[in-house]
Design a protein around this ligand. Structure first.
Ligand code: AVJ
Length: 323
């Protein structure tokens, strides 16, 4: 049986644009200035992120892939998913390992990749459909914080949230997000998290500041998105990429530093944004976790942690938690 993947769109380009207008208005008029990381991922940004995942310095993706290669059989046994929902699925590249294990285990019949990027979802859903002809594939274009209202029914579900993307949220946002997931799951359903662990800053920082400058381009891409979407005139090449380890908060922070004083016009917002020389705009946090810390956050949200798996260097963890 081969069925064509379907794509359900709950986030229209106009809605994404309205959210961008609102977030850019708030963030660019705040002190310090900031922008949410979800706007990195237009077609070019998604492609740059794919390049990041292959960089020698960026260990999270290959570490998580290795964990999935090793342990997806155990994960399938613990969670026995009939429906696998993946939040922020991107290219779904590592998910193939889970899909393979789920189908071999015999339980899995449906894969629901969710992402804000239509381009990433379309190609991922199509490839998965070809590779796993017996799986029903239902792509969902939405914002993952809002996608929980549209969860499929009709079988035991596992929600996978991989890659360390949970780290893009500050603790209060994570608490709300995790309890939101707990609320929509039934007892016996699972959440599978992939999280980066607190590790040596000498390893972490280069992962976000690679020698080839791909992460710098990815970071600056958010300004290109504003230029295109909001008719802004950021001189993109006059912003310097900054990545630092915030030891108190245990997160990596990415910023863009204005190399000179400037006034940026954001046409669609009828807004002029002043930067002083050296002023930094925060574009992303990527929080890292300890096993005790993530267990505690999950327990507070209403989960029971069944199993954790880590790599030999303790840089990344897969955490499987039951509702
Ligand atoms: C996709 C959010 C997991 O935080 O490591 C990679 C994004 N930013 N390099 C991460 C990212 C800079 C990535 N996540």
């Amino acid at each position: 049986m081969t069925t064509t993947p379907t794509l359900e769109v709950y986030l229209q380009p106009e809605q994404l644009k309205a959210a961008l207008r609102k977030d850019a208005t708030v963030g660019l008029t705040s002190n310090p200035k900031w922008l949410p990381p979800k706007y990195f991922y237009d077609a070019r940004g998604s492609e740059l992120f794919e390049q990041i995942t292959a960089l020698p310095e960026y260990f999270p993706t290959r570490t998580e892939r290795e964990l999935l290669r090793r342990y997806s059989g155990e994960i399938a046994e613990v969670a026995a998913p009939e429906i696998l929902v993946e939040l922020g699925s991107g290219s779904s590249e590592k998910t193939r390992l889970l899909l393979g294990a789920g189908t071999r285990h015999g339980s899995l019949h449906t894969y629901v990749p969710q992402d804000v990027s239509v381009s990433a979802l379309e190609s991922a859903a199509e490839q998965i459909g070809v590779e796993f002809p017996n799986l029903t594939v239902r792509g969902v274009v939405s914002d993952f914080t809002e996608s929980l209202h549209h969860l499929p029914r009709g079988g035991r579900r596992t929600i996978a949230f991989l890659g360390g993307t949970l780290g893009n949220m500050v603790p209060a946002e994570r608490a709300e997000f995790l309890s939101g997931i707990a609320d929509v799951l039934e007892p016996g359903e699972h959440l599978l998290l992939g999280v980066g662990l607190v590790t040596d800053p000498a390893v972490l920082v280069p992962a976000y500041d690679d020698a080839a400058g791909v992460t710098a381009e990815f970071n600056r891409n958010v300004l290109r998105v504003l230029n295109t979407q909001l008719d802004a005139d950021f001189p993109v090449d006059e912003f310097r990429h900054v990545a630092l380890w915030d030891a108190d908060n245990e997160w990596i922070e990415m910023r863009l530093e204005a190399e000179r004083a400037m006034s940026v016009r954001v046409g669609e917002l009828d807004l002029d944004v002043e930067f002083t020389e050296g002023e930094q705009l925060r574009t992303e946090i990527s929080a890292k976790f300890t096993l005790d810390g993530i267990r505690r956050e999950l327990a507070e949200a209403g989960f029971d942690v069944d199993r954790t798996w880590t790599d030999p260097d303790d840089r990344f963890a897969l955490v499987c938690a039951a509702r």
